[in-house]
Design a protein around this ligand. Structure first.
Ligand SMILES: Nc1nc2c(c(=O)[nH]1)N(C=O)[C@@H](CNc1ccc(C(=O)N[C@@H](CCC(=O)O)C(=O)O)cc1)CN2
Ligand SMILES: Nc1nc2c(ncn2[C@@H]2O[C@H](COP(=O)(O)OP(=O)(O)OP(=O)(O)O)[C@@H](O)[C@H]2O)c(=O)[nH]1
Ligand SMILES: [Mg+2]
Length: 442
């Protein structure tokens, strides 16, 4: 496998489809187009052409689009064949392309990787592009657009430049400390800018949980004693019959997960085994798994049957957000008597209170979110480098009056960590991992 090979892939979606786009990028793109279509169209103008395989058999009547290097997505010569989207048509085209020399099928993310290597986009933008393709909710899409359009990259580059400048000034002061050219007051304004960067970085990191929530989903765990109506609520929220519901206490044992979209936010909802002491080994394991989920929950819905009266309170991990919900409201005669014991009353049977519950969840998400902006780190990779940068800045600030050498080195580390996020500092070892998570044809 060669980085200089010409690569091709089906870049549009699952077949059959109305139209299928087969994309080619690399040195051979023009000669392949000449061989298959007879000539190369004017750059960036589509042309209807008949495509023929080497044996002369017609493959398809196709729109052909040529992008001349470097003005293309990858920065190389690119050809697109907009074919009829039949499985056999696309297969015939791919077979035809496989016969050309120095030409092979693309790996996952390889077009975007070439765009990165040719300086068309940086790593954060490339990750944003990958996120645009996997976005399923409106918030995921907005966050991805923000990253793909380079706003986050400029933020990181700005910080990195500030720190590099600061280090240069400090080193200059080190070198010329005996001379009078560099006034001592320079370092005060410099350290102020470092301090400002550290506080911006800290604030930015505080948004990382929100970025993760948008990307990976807000985790809601339904918990409570057996028979409280947990699985019934799960089914009502999912609007599907996913979890088994019976009048037998201890029905649910495995954790059941479903993905919802609440106001454009991805939500992962978990139904769990009823919490109780039991000798049944299977049920006990279910209860253990339920409690294990509490640790990483963003919200716990703690259910109990209004009629069953108050049972022993479940101990929840410190600081976890929780809504106490009274269930089976339809069986209660005077609901006013119970309102003070719960945050919400619902009936899975009649649907009463379900809309209010969904709104309460939506409000929690929106209020958390409005505190943040759309400039949020979303990936563990990004967050780890941001933390590393902040640690180095804090070290530099702590040592600034002790020794000038240590802070200069720490500032260098911080700028480097930021450079690794965008890929401006050596990241060769990371590229395989990052791009292999992309789609083929992207
Ligand atoms: N048919 C088709 N549609 C597509 C893509 C594609 O590759 N092919 N894209 C693929 O992801 C996206 C569009 N992204 C693109 C990004 C840059 C260039 C490009 O030619 N860039 C040149 C010229 C820029 C200009 O003229 O403004 C460059 O950057 O030099 C093309 C598509 C979405 N739609
Ligand atoms: N009348 C009425 N019955 C309900 C309601 N919700 C659940 N039930 C009944 O309560 C019983 C238990 O419901 P489940 O949803 O299985 O309860 P669970 O909390 O999942 O129970 P386990 O999985 O055993 O922990 C079933 O017979 C349901 O039909 C409700 O809103 N009104
Ligand atoms: Mg259940």
């Amino acid at each position: 496998m060669q980085d200089s090979d010409t690569i091709y892939a089906l870049s549009s979606g699952a077949l059959p489809s109305g139209v299928a786009v087969v994309r080619i990028s690399g040195d051979q793109a023009r000669s392949i187009c000449e061989a298959v279509a007879g000539s190369v169209p004017t750059p960036r103008q589509t042309k209807l052409m008949t495509l023929r395989a080497a044996e002369g058999g017609e493959i398809d009547q196709s729109l052909v689009l040529f992008f001349a290097a470097p003005a293309s997505f990858t920065g190389e010569d690119c050809i697109e064949f907009h074919l009829h989207g039949g499985r056999a048509t696309v297969q015939a085209m791919l077979d035809c392309l496989s016969k050309f020399k120095n030409t092979r099928h693309a790996e996952a993310g390889e077009f975007t990787r070439r765009a990165f290597e040719n300086g068309k986009l940086d790593l954060v933008e490339a990750e944003g592009l990958s996120d645009i393709i996997s976005a399923e909710t409106e918030m995921q899409r907005r966050l991805a657009i923000e990253q793909a359009s380079g706003h986050l990259s400029s933020l990181y580059e700005g910080w990195s430049e500030t720190l590099t400048h600061a280090r240069a000034m400090i080193e200059a002061e080190l070198d010329f400390s005996d001379e009078d050219d560099i006034p001592g007051s320079v370092s005060r304004t410099i350290w102020q800018s470092v301090e400002k960067t550290a506080s911006e970085l800290r604030q930015h990191l505080e948004g990382s949980r929100m970025g993760e929530i948008i990307r990976d989903g807000y985790r809601i765990v339904i918990a409570g004693p057996p028979n409280a109506g947990k699985s019934s609520l799960m089914n009502a929220l999912a609007r599907r019959d996913i979890a088994i519901v019976t009048e037998i206490a201890g029905t649910t044992r495995d954790v059941i997960e479903v993905n919802l979209d609440v106001n454009g936010f991805a939500v992962r909802l978990y139904d769990t085994a009823g919490l109780r002491e039991t000798l049944d080994a299977v049920e006990r394991e279910g209860v253990r798994r339920a409690r294990a989920l509490f640790e990483n929950a963003d919200l716990i819905l703690l259910l109990s049957d209004i009629d069953a009266g108050s049972s022993e309170e479940e101990r929840l991990p410190d600081g976890v957000d929780c809504l106490r919900i009274g269930t089976k409201l339809d069986r209660v005669i005077r609901s006013e008597d119970h309102e003070h014991s719960y945050d919400l009353l619902i009936s899975a049977t009649t649907g009463e209170g379900i809309e209010t519950l969904i709104n309460a969840i939506g409000e929690r998400l929106s209020s958390r979110f409005s505190a943040a902006s759309m400039s949020l780190p979303t990936r563990e990779r990004q967050v780890n480098y941001l933390r590393e940068a902040l640690r180095s800045l804090e070290e530099a600030l702590a040592m600034k009056d002790v020794s000038p050498e240590i802070p200069a080195e720490a500032l260098r580390n911080a700028a480097q960590a930021l450079g690794r996020i965008t890929g401006h500092v050596d990241v060769e070892d990371l590229l395989d991992v990052i791009f292999s998570a992309f789609c083929v044809g992207k």
